[in-house]
Ligand binder design. Structure first.
Ligand SMILES: Cc1ncc(C[n+]2csc(CCOP(=O)(O)OP(=O)(O)O)c2C)c(N)n1
Length: 375
């Protein structure tokens, strides 16, 4: 590496992490970002984060019992998800990956519907979710391109840069640190910058892409990549719900106003496994996990709210009771999810199903019927 380049990288080592609530639950000031919400909203955020964790644990248990094919935990990432969801506006479009349970709960979605995706009863349809929520993407990074396309459509629909801020919209797209190594994500950055598209790239940097640590994927912090594409990048403490909300609100307001994209790197940690098919003890240090458990997003908010007298033990008991009712509902509801007729999938892609798909559907139905005849 030429010496000049090395020196320049060295001088940029003081990467600023936006933080408003410390791991020990104390408020701190940031030079640029401030919390705009109410104390009651923080209480609601804690409730959503506690429910996210409880449902996450229940879904993991359901997978272990064989009721789900797979589960993708959000353990440790609740603040990044709930805090960012707080910033959504009426005309914003939300494009998730597979790890956004906290976003769904913040949007008021029934977790049972999300579970169907992992049980295989709801693969390509999203029956009752909010209209502005896109399907989760299990293909890494591809959703960032879809998001930029949607953002360019908002521009063409006149939903960007209007004098009345309430008339404007933007797109928020979620992806992980590993996704930033994909061509799709880099192409999405290029298009978003070229079109000044109203899109917020929300990267949950949980520091692992299955067994690959972020350090293997990038020699510089991820948020700095944005500068190379020509738009701002911000690194926020992903375990701090106040800071995540503040940064996402700013980025969305900026995008809606027509000023273009932002990359948010929510610096967090995947406490659990990548999925229920993974065993991180094979590649990850226990000490590293312990270090991050001490920065738990729920603990710090609970500590703060208890110290301020905004919640008490009775409130926490109430949420715990609510969480066990939600878990029970998941247990009973999961096994009752109706298995769709697979042949219907052929009809859910096009408005007018093309002839070759109609033929495939008939062949598939005949194949299925052959089992009934032989039974
Ligand atoms: C295009 C593509 N390549 C590979 C995979 C296999 N895969 C599934 S998850 C994953 C790692 C993703 O890591 P990251 O983007 O950091 O997200 P995280 O799961 O940590 O939230 C990979 C490589 C995939 N689903 N799609």
């Amino acid at each position: 590496m030429p010496e000049a380049v090395a020196a320049e990288l060295a001088t940029r080592a003081d990467d600023h992490l936006v933080q408003l609530l410390t791991p020990s639950g104390e408020l701190v000031a940031d030079q640029d970002f401030h919390y705009s919400g109410s104390e009651q909203e923080l209480v609601d955020d804690l409730r959503t984060m506690l429910l996210t964790r409880a449902i996450d644990i229940e879904a993991t248990a359901l997978q272990r019992k064989g009721e789900l094919g797979l589960w993708v935990q959000s353990l440790g990432q609740e603040a990044a998800q709930v805090g960012s969801a707080r910033a959504f506006g009426r005309h914003d479009l939300i494009v998730p990956s597979y790890r956004e349970l906290g976003v769904y709960l913040a949007l008021g979605l029934d977790p049972l519907e999300f579970l169907g995706t992992f049980r295989g009863t709801a693969m390509v349809d999203w029956p009752t979710g909010p209209a502005n929520l896109h399907l989760p993407s299990f293909v890494i990074g591809t959703q960032t391109l879809h998001a930029v396309g949607m953002a360019m459509a908002l521009q063409r629909d006149g939903r960007v840069g209007n004098p009345e801020p309430a008339d404007n919209g933007a797109v928020v797209v979620y992806f992980g640190d590993g996704a930033t190594s994909q061509g799709d994500v880099n192409e999405a950055f290029v298009f978003a910058a070229a079109a000044q598209a109203p899109v917020v790239f929300f990267c949950q940097n949980n520091q692992w892409a299955i067994s690959e640590p972020t350090t293997v994927q990038t020699p510089i912090p991820l948020y700095r990549r944005a500068a190379g594409f020509g738009f701002p990048g911000v690194r926020v403490d992903g375990n701090d719900v106040l800071a995540v909300r503040a940064v996402t609100e700013w980025a969305l307001a900026r995008a809606r106003s027509g000023a273009g994209p932002v990359l948010i790197e929510a610096f967090t940690y995947r406490i659990g496994a990548h999925t229920t098919s993974d065993d991180p003890t094979k590649y990850r240090d226990a000490a590293e996990v312990d270090e991050w458990k001490a920065k738990d997003p729920i603990d710090r908010l609970r500590t703060y709210l208890l110290a301020r007298g905004l919640i008490d033990d009775a409130w926490l008991d109430g949420v715990a009771a609510e969480a066990s009712i939600a878990a029970e509902r998941l247990r009973t509801g999961c096994v009752q999810l109706v298995e769709p007729d697979l042949a219907d999938s052929f009809d859910l892609v096009y408005t007018d199903t093309p002839e070759h798909l109609q033929r495939q559907r008939q062949e598939f139905q005949a194949y299925e019927a052959s089992f009934e005849v032989n039974a």
